[in-house]
Design a protein around this ligand. Structure first.
Ligand code: C2E
Ligand code: CA
Ligand code: CA
Ligand code: CA
Length: 279
């Protein structure tokens, strides 16, 4: 019986991959991360490509676990979604980001637009519009300064629900953007069904390797089409001057990327903004 037990144990061990164990450990730690205050937001500045002025920033979550160290959102967000933890985390992100953006407004006397990432699951929760409304109320951030970023897959997962929720969100006066555009279905006509304001071109789309002229033509055609549909275009992951030049020639509206600034902790963002020329 003892041997069988050991075998059984060994069998279980062998079946559970390193990956599955890591996931379990992460899930366990994730359940406590909020109450232990292990999350933090970093902000990546976003520029207007006509004026080259900073017009806003995207909030990006960071998790600093005392033992595991820094865990990438690419790793823990999917687990949080799957295990039903994303609603609470998303709520925290929204409130923290709105609070800090409001603080910047008061300190610098200028309006900066805040972009916050939403997961598919948050979009499916019926009280999302009320949550957002309550958050704007509580923090005093003007609605027109808030933009929510959604992925294409989140939008089309359940078209009826997402259309209804997005319409309600729009009545609050906030903006809506499609994140990672160019990686999924990317059917512009399809996206017209949703009340959207902005398309965010994915990094892989922005940094095409197929020669400068081709990629310029490609991006230009895309930007023109988006503009014809009354959507503004933001390029993400801009790392080189060549890419920047291409985007400006293509009349892309805004951009963010390491070329301008990495995502910064709040204090560093304040520092960054205070060094900019007044306007
Ligand atoms: P995303 O929304 O597409 O965010 C852009 C990612 O690209 C960020 O990674 C950012 O740090 C990185 N990035 C920005 N500029 C450059 C560049 O010039 N070059 C390169 N190579 N990378 C650049 P990060 O912060 O690791 O976030 C990864 C993803 O995690 C995000 O992708 C988003 O999908 C998700 N995420 C982050 N924060 C949140 C959040 O608060 N809520 C939700 N639901 N998801 C989040
Ligand atoms: Ca994003
Ligand atoms: Ca993106
Ligand atoms: Ca992404």
């Amino acid at each position: 019986a003892k041997a069988a037990g050991r075998n059984g144990y060994r069998f279980f061990e062998a079946e559970m991959s390193v990956e599955a164990k890591t996931r379990m450990a992460l899930e366990h730690a994730l359940r406590r991360a909020l109450e232990r205050g292990e999350f933090e937001l970093h902000y990546q500045p976003r520029l207007d490509l006509k004026t080259m002025a900073i017009v806003g920033m995207e909030a990006l979550i960071r998790w600093n676990h005392p033992q595991l160290g820094r865990v990438s959102p690419l790793q823990f967000i999917p687990i949080a979604e799957e295990r039903g933890l994303i609603e609470a985390i998303g709520q925290w992100v929204l409130e923290e980001a709105c609070t800090q953006t409001r603080r910047l407004m008061d300190k610098f006397g200028r309006s900066l637009r805040l972009s916050v990432n939403l997961s598919a699951r948050q979009l499916r929760s019926a009280d999302l519009p009320q949550q957002v409304a309550a958050c704007l109320n509580k923090t005093g951030l003007p609605a027109h300064l808030l933009e929510l970023e959604l992925t294409e897959s989140a939008l089309i997962e359940d078209m009826e629900i997402s259309t209804a929720v997005l319409k309600e969100l729009k009545t609050l006066g906030i903006s809506l953007s499609v994140d990672d555009f160019g990686t999924g279905y990317s059917a512009l006509a399809y996206l017209r069904r949703f009340p959207l304001d902005t398309l965010k071109l994915d990094r892989s789309f922005v940094n095409q390797e197929n020669g400068e002229i081709d990629s310029l033509k490609f991006i230009k055609a895309f930007v023109d089409l988006a503009h014809a549909l009354n959507l503004s275009v933001v390029a993400e992951g801009v790392e080189t001057k060549e890419t920047l030049q291409c985007l400006r020639e293509a009349s892309c509206d805004e951009a963010q990327g390491y070329l301008f600034a990495r995502p910064l902790p709040f204090n560093a963002l304040e520092e960054f903004l205070s060094r900019l020329p007044a306007h």
